[in-house]
Write a protein that binds this ligand. Sequence first.
Ligand SMILES: Cc1cc2nc3c(=O)[nH]c(=O)nc-3n(C[C@H](O)[C@H](O)[C@H](O)COP(=O)(O)OP(=O)(O)OC[C@H]3O[C@@H](n4cnc5c(N)ncnc54)[C@H](O)[C@@H]3O)c2cc1C
Ligand code: SF4
Length: 476
Amino acid sequence: MGDIKGFIKHKRVDFKKEHVKNRIKHCKEFVKIDTDKELQIQASRCMDCGIPFCQTGCPVDNIIPDWNDLVYNNKWYEAYLRLSKTNNFPEFTGRVCPAPCENSCTLAINNDAVTIKNIEVSIIEKAFEKGWVNANPPKERSDKSVAVIGSGPAGLACTDQLNQKGHNVTVFEKNEVVGGLLSVGIPDFKMEKRIVERRVKLMKDEGIEFFTNANIGDEIHPDELKEKFDAFVLCVGAEQGRDLQIEGRHLNGIHLAMDFLSLQNEAVRKGEDGSNNNINAQNKNVVVLGGGDTGSDCIGTSIRQGAASVKNFELLSKPPKERSADNPWPRWAFIERTSTSHEEGCARDYGILTKKFSGENGSVKKLHAVRVEFIKSSNPGERPHMVEIPNSEFEIETDLVLLALGFTGPKKNKLLSGFGVDLTERGNIKTDIKNMTNVTGVFAAGDSRRGQSLVVWAINEGRATAEYVHEYLKIS
Ligand SMILES: Cc1cc2nc3c(=O)[nH]c(=O)nc-3n(C[C@H](O)[C@H](O)[C@H](O)COP(=O)(O)OP(=O)(O)OC[C@H]3O[C@@H](n4cnc5c(N)ncnc54)[C@H](O)[C@@H]3O)c2cc1C
Ligand code: SF4
């Protein structure tokens, strides 16, 4: 621990962001990394706790106090080495992770947490800038080959780990681009695609083969691959968007969020602004249903496309500003969170259940809803139940509705049936505790196994599964 009084002397200071009125004119990242001096001050706030609770909150077990101390002492290279021991892709998590580590930081009991995520992204960006991040192919190759299906963060982390162990890894990706939701879901204003491309290039230079436009199941039957590979890892994500089967759903102008976001990601990748996208928010009164990351990304994208207005409705009640008594530190804090997209100009409302849509000439014109509240059950362990508030029905005009209601697991397609893998009751790929499915040699990781989650959990899953595959290959 560098400065014993750092946390007393210095307040938390977050990265500066480009002003809203300027940043909504483009689709690029708008957060500015601090100077080394400012970062050292922030790192000095870390108390190097005897029990570093931040680490207990971090799904990849980042050794956070160590790299905070190294940054404080201006030892950036050593900080980079420490960080890359536990996280294959800190440049992804340092940008998009909701930072559960910061929720668990001891300072957060009665103060502002250490800026862990900002320090993480600064370390890795410094490492790239200084040329410390280079292709490092394994010295020796095994005679085993693994097919990883799906190139999101779970697939990439698993691939990276297996390749480092010397196995021959081939990645099959059905999209035109590698990266999963990092490339086709998360907008550039949160993470520019060059960040994913930079990492994928390194992985290619380390000997990993990537096949894009390769849909396993629909276009390539799993049987065709079975002869060629010793093990498989299914990292196909939770792509099945939750729909809203209510009156008027068939009207034009009502879309699943990913249909909207993937078009914009493709447009930005091609250097376009999205105004020619089939689903476009320009001059429209947009309603985004769902208050999570996906909903938030729809808001920021709609604003950049020039929406006339953006409303965001969430079914659940408004969360408290501070932790409630039954949600103590160091757990994840269920509090109201304002994303950068929310800051850009959207009206948020909570406790709203959409009942139906109505329209004219086949297109949506109105959303009809009712206010709801959640009544706590007297039986401990039972979830609160939702009741409609009498006489609270209302309707609003809209011409674009985006459904960001979560995901219900991997698509039930020829990939899953072709491999013959069992599913859980929730529709995710079922595995044993070593992430192997009911089919010997076929493993699963990431959202397709765990259910819709976070980039950092996908990395955790990919890393853990690589260990299990390695163990399996040694005895197979
Ligand atoms: C819009 C949006 C925003 C998000 N924002 C955040 C955020 O800010 N922070 C955060 O931590 N998390 C965020 N998430 C969640 C996060 O992106 C996911 O948890 C994470 O990407 C899951 O990784 P994965 O590798 O399991 O799956 P995915 O990233 O979904 O990747 C799965 C890949 O498998 C491929 N695939 C599927 N089927 C086949 C097949 N048959 N053959 C070949 N390839 C196939 C898909 O094309 C895809 O590329 C967001 C999610 C969405 C939808
Ligand atoms: S919990 Fe917070 S203060 Fe303690 S070691 Fe982790 S980052 Fe530092």
